[in-house]
Ligand binder design. Sequence first.
Ligand code: NI
Length: 210
Amino acid sequence: MKVLIDPYLRGNPAAPASAEKLEPDAIAVTHGHADHLGDAEDIARRTGSPVLAVSEVARFLDRRGVLSEGMNIGGTFRVADVSFTMTQAIHSSDITVTDPPTCGGDAAGFVIDDGIRVYHAGDTALFDDMRLIGDLYRPDVALLPIGDRYTMGMREAAIAASWIRPHLVIPMHYNTWPRISQDPAEFREMVEMLCDSEVVILEPGDSLEC
Ligand code: NI
């Protein structure tokens, strides 16, 4: 199954893909900010793929005639044989694609399980219950934001990796703009000092087979 997470493509200076060409089976949106909700509405409209999001974001899409599946923190929803569990994230979540912005409820992350368990933390600060996410869901892969300023930075993300203990850690949410500029090689060194997880640095457009 092809799952698209936070498809921010149009207007994204780092995006190699075009929203018009993507054919996902499901779209998971972590929160309402324009650099996450992004092109979800247009892609869902064109493909008929459901958008999985926290209730407030799902209702917003629903009102605009987009197929959406509302969830909330701690719950699991299945699309075919893939399960999506919504996890906590410490972040704000107003829907900024409207003017003025609309209330987007709570920001979230996802654990997506299709046999390989992938934890996408969303935009978040470090929080202690990431230990629980590690213990409960045992992610094989964790995607963690390292950009700082709007999310946790490298030091906090390295601590998160040591708590979650995935096989692979993929840093995300950095170098889109100068404001969140980071050196992922430095992040790799930090993680290697704290735990056995392998850091995989992906450039925009790269792929990884697990
Ligand atoms: Ni955000």
